[in-house]
Design a protein around this ligand. Structure first.
Ligand SMILES: NC(=O)c1ccc[n+]([C@@H]2O[C@H](COP(=O)([O-])OP(=O)(O)OC[C@H]3O[C@@H](n4cnc5c(N)ncnc54)[C@H](O)[C@@H]3O)[C@@H](O)[C@H]2O)c1
Length: 438
């Protein structure tokens, strides 16, 4: 394919080199004459393993050209990959002025180009930027509509500097966002021959993936360092601990605990986060990440309360009280905290949780706990799901299998349902449905 690349920085130069290596023809554009001159001579504008060799080979084979002229690039390519910078502004927000300027420039050139051209955003941008900033800039300046007059999509880049070429050919995944299938498959086709999971999705989801990735990587570094600081202060080899930690691909390095939903609770996580913080404090080690965990957890409960408040009805049915499905353990259940908030605010609350109902009725560890510590909540418990009939709002608190059917039986399409666990796709189609963070 004939491609043009706007922005010959780390991402643009590597993309240009690899596309040319794979047999595509590339015209690289930059506003910086030094970078253009470098590339035109087959030299790398940056320090990056193997990049110089790839560029030299591409230029020698006549597959890489470099220019300051956007017009030349658009005229001689079918697809443009935008790889310009998206730096931080002083307030931390993203400066999209470079991307917007390139989109305007390309759009103006597309006005007089009759052949179909596809624009692909490779720059990292927060969700909503492509549709909120880039598409309008392209449509306004070209007078054409995305998907009709030109192709429009995005393809976030996952390379790491210093191993960028290796990463290009061994990506963790290839993600393409597009509004139409034709554009999606065209963008995907530039990766023919690369073995990686491929995902075609909505543009805003592809934008979101990049931020989930980078925030997660930053979180991992911060977590490992904070853990390391505490372990060192206690005379423990943090690398040995983390090596063993990483062996666990069921709960640690895995999908577990990574679905957005409600707060954590139970007898272990809150207690142990508090304990490791206390152990750190005893050695004067600061734990901003672990501190934030507890605060973030509290905020998630408050978020559920605000969602209920916003509806403005008084009769609330809460399905689930134990901290997760399939247990009667109420210790530090965030649903108990939620119930307490609602009762303190004067809501008329009914709680359905068969495990807790039975625990209350039967001799066992939880009977005493419920009677002594949760007597105020205990009186809200109902035995049968039908006892919740007539409630104004239904809150699904844990993923007990029957809860979706119960809610669908007791409510109509418009009844407000607040889902804290994303239980069932059929429920999501209803007008009254709202998920806590989806
Ligand atoms: N560097 C990385 O490791 C990496 C990895 C993945 C994603 N990203 C993202 O990719 C984007 C580019 O990052 P980078 O590190 O390659 O940036 P960079 O600053 O190295 O390069 C950007 C280039 O764009 C050029 N440019 C600016 N305006 C232009 C215009 N109107 N026309 C043509 N060229 C123009 C600049 O002169 C510069 O050479 C950013 O959004 C970044 O967040 C970077």
């Amino acid at each position: 394919m004939k491609t043009s690349i706007f922005g010959i920085g780390y991402v643009g130069a590597v993309t240009a080199a690899c596309l040319a290596k794979d047999g595509h023809h590339v015209i690289a554009v930059d506003t910086d004459p030094v970078k253009v001159m470098c590339l035109a001579k087959g030299r790398s504008p940056i320090v990056e393993k193997d990049l110089g060799d790839y560029l030299a080979e591409g230029v020698k084979a006549g597959r890489i050209k470099a220019t300051l002229s956007a017009a030349e690039a658009i005229e001689n390519s079918d697809m443009s990959l935008i790889c310009v910078g998206t730096p931080s502004r002083a307030d931390g927000s993203l400066d999209l002025s470079y991307v917007e300027a390139v989109c305007r420039e390309i759009g103006t050139l597309l006005k007089s180009k009759s052949a179909y051209h596809t624009i692909v955003l490779r720059s990292t941008m927060v969700p909503g930027s492509a549709h909120g900033v880039c598409k309008p800039a392209l449509e306004k300046s070209s007078g054409k509509k995305a998907g009709e007059g030109f192709g429009f999509g995005n393809n976030p880049e996952f390379l790491r500097e210093s191993s960028a070429i290796f990463d290009y050919y061994h990506p963790p995944k290839i993600v393409v966002g597009a509004d139409d299938d034709k554009t999606a498959s065209l963008i995907m086709s530039i990766y023919d021959g690369i073995d990686a999971p491929r995902v075609t999705t909505e543009i805003a989801i592809a934008e979101g993936v990049k931020y989930a990735d980078n925030a997660w990587h930053a979180m991992k570094v911060g977590f490992a360092n904070e853990m390391g600081n505490i372990l060192k202060a206690h005379g423990v080899d943090s690398h040995q601990v983390m090596d063993i930690f990483c062996l666990d691909t069921k709960l640690n390095i895995s999908k577990a605990y990574l679905k957005p939903g409600f707060a954590f609770g139970g007898s272990c996580l809150p207690k142990d986060v508090r304990a490791i913080r206390a152990a750190a404090n005893s050695k004067n080690i600061k734990t901003p990440i672990f501190d934030a965990l507890l605060e973030a957890n509290e905020l998630q409960v408050n978020r559920a309360v605000s969602m209920i408040d916003k509806i403005g009805s008084k009769k609330i049915a809460l399905l689930g009280l134990s901290f997760k499905a399939g247990t009667d353990d109420l210790r530090e259940s965030p649903l108990v905290t939620l119930a307490n908030h609602l009762l303190n605010k004067g809501y008329d609350l009914k709680i359905y949780d068969p495990n807790i109902w039975h625990a209350r009725e039967q001799e066992g560890a939880n009977q005493k706990y419920i009677k002594e510590k949760l007597s105020h909540i205990s009186s809200c418990l109902v035995e049968k799901s039908d006892d919740m009939k007539g409630s104004d709002v239904f809150v699904i608190g844990n993923p007990t299998k029957d809860f979706a059917t119960i809610v669908m039986t007791l409510t109509n399409d418009n009844t407000p349902v607040i889902d804290l666990v994303r239980l069932n796709p059929d429920l999501e189609k209803r007008a009254g449905y709202d998920g806590i963070c989806w």
